[in-house]
Design a protein around this ligand. Sequence first.
Ligand code: IMP
Length: 196
Amino acid sequence: DSSLKNTKSYLIDGKFFSEIISPSSIKSRVHQIGEDISREFKSEKPVIIGVLNGAFIFMSDLIRNIDIEFEVDFIKISSYKNDLKSSGTINLEKNINIDVTNKHVIIVEDIVDTGLSLKYLYGEISKLSPSSIRFATLLYKNNKNNVHRNKIHLDWIGFNVEDYFVIGYGLDYKQHYRGLNGIYAAKERWGNWKRI
Ligand code: IMP
């Protein structure tokens, strides 16, 4: 109980989080995506843009699996959400600083849920006249209520996940638990919570 890491389940705020994607599965998938990007951009020098905060761990592992030249920058956005649905308001907290004009851009996201962030990012980066915009996301949430998700093509998806709240590997619950090495999901409908 004293170790925060290497545990298969957590009881957090009355919610039972259990591991759905192991650190080794993440590692091999991130490696594959890196190889894919390297192959596709062999003769280009893409600009890889990480979306803060959630994508910082995926981003740092991904770029170390990319075996070509590239530039790196970060963009920070925040969205205001109630419990279930996105309010539709996204704020740009920090824009990129690199000039992406006539360059190929790869945007790296932690998770696509409603797709609102994706749509917003596409709009913002498009304004900067890049040659192309690609998207890589570690997770793709099977949220049937989303309105924005399917409007933009996702080029690389790490894993599809059910419509549960997930934490770990960069993803937070109230800014906590980003450092967990696996992905953990809160399964609310499991009734009485028991630690296993
Ligand atoms: P979207 O705009 O609804 O697609 O949501 C994207 C952003 O919401 C992600 O970049 C995450 O920061 C956050 N988010 C969505 N679902 C989850 C989750 O299950 N756990 C943690 N953060 C999430």
